[in-house]
Design a protein around this ligand. Structure first.
Ligand SMILES: [Zn+2]
Length: 314
């Protein structure tokens, strides 16, 4: 049932709409991606699947459940036609600075509520798959402060050094960048942390960076105790920003993009949604070398996982 010829490629939004003139072609495409290693049941994982002649209903020979290819994915239980989902994924993954739900709603003639839901489901999918493996090799780590009227790193850092709890009312984001080489592009990850103190920083590093990695940071003392498990190298920004390969400049570059996106596209992001938002941003950044069409298919290949509207607003 999943055939390679159902797998479409497209290089523009126009080509995407031409590739999926109707719901069936979109269903065939999703099936070709999701079942590229063979059909399986979303309920029990069984692989003895019967296919109905309507080309969209399947039945498991083991648990006897009927299902569509959307069951078990983020597209389950949504009224939005799949081709609009695909177009939404195109727009979200193509815009370097992200896209606001109001813009997405206008571009796709969907309600703002649908657009908002699409964005959040997409962020949820980004979170569930691509962030499982700890970073390794040469990893830069640094924190920044988000919220209020501006992200001002040097000022925030000054405040932080004087006040271990960080500036009041701001969200603290802890970032990691695994440096790239000729073979692979650098990868980032960013998470919110409740405070920049030692125990929190240690737990965050351990959760995101493989032991044995070379860890590059600034002189913040919270990192110092990690030298037992990491090759820790730091540069004191009061003295210099670069000491040979010891610097956090690549991560600073990511922070500045983050800052531009945050101020350029979104007026404000709540603490509750910040991690999902960061995941989406890292997801896109880590795939920056992919073509736009390639990114859509990459996304569609990992849409496992449901997120209901109820759970989202809870
Ligand atoms: Zn089953």
């Amino acid at each position: 049932m999943s055939k390679a010829r159902d797998l479409k490629s497209f290089k523009s939004l126009i080509e995407l709409f031409e590739a999926f003139p109707d719901q069936q072609t979109a269903i065939d495409h999703l099936r070709a991606l999701r079942w590229k290693n063979g059909a399986f049941c979303p309920y029990c994982g069984g692989t003895r699947i019967m296919h109905f002649s309507d080309k969209r209903t399947h039945k498991c020979s083991d648990c006897r459940q009927r299902f569509s290819i959307k069951v078990g994915t983020i597209f389950a239980d949504t009224k939005l036609p799949l081709r609009k989902w695909f177009a939404a994924i195109w727009l979200i993954t193509a815009h370097k600075k992200g896209i606001a739900s109001t813009q997405l709603a206008t571009d796709l003639s969907i309600t703002q509520k649908s657009a908002w839901f699409v964005l959040h489901r997409r962020r949820y999918a980004a979170r569930t798959k691509s962030f499982a493996r700890p970073l390794a090799g040469d990893v830069e780590s640094d924190e920044t402060f988000v919220g209020g009227k501006a992200i001002n790193m040097s000022k925030a850092k000054r405040e932080r050094l004087g006040n271990p709890q960080g500036p009041k009312g701001k969200i603290i984001v802890h970032g990691f960048l695994q440096r790239g080489d000729d073979e692979k592009v650098s990868q980032v990850r960013a998470v919110t942390i409740p405070d920049p103190g030692g125990p929190t920083i240690h737990a965050s590093v351990r959760a995101n960076v493989e032991p044995g990695a070379t860890l590059y940071t600034d002189a913040w003392r919270a990192y110092r105790a990690l030298k037992a498990d990491y090759d820790h190298r730091y540069v004191d920004h009061r003295v210099t920003y670069v000491d040979g390969t010891t610097h956090t400049n690549s991560l600073e570059g990511f922070w500045s993009l983050f800052k531009r996106q945050y101020h350029g596209t979104h007026h404000w992001i709540s603490r509750k949604h910040m991690d999902a938002y960061l995941n989406e941003m890292c997801y896109r950044w880590n795939r920056r070398d992919m073509g736009a069409g390639e990114r859509v298919n990459d996304f569609l290949a990992q849409v496992e996982g449901r997120l209901t509207y109820k759970a989202l607003i809870a």
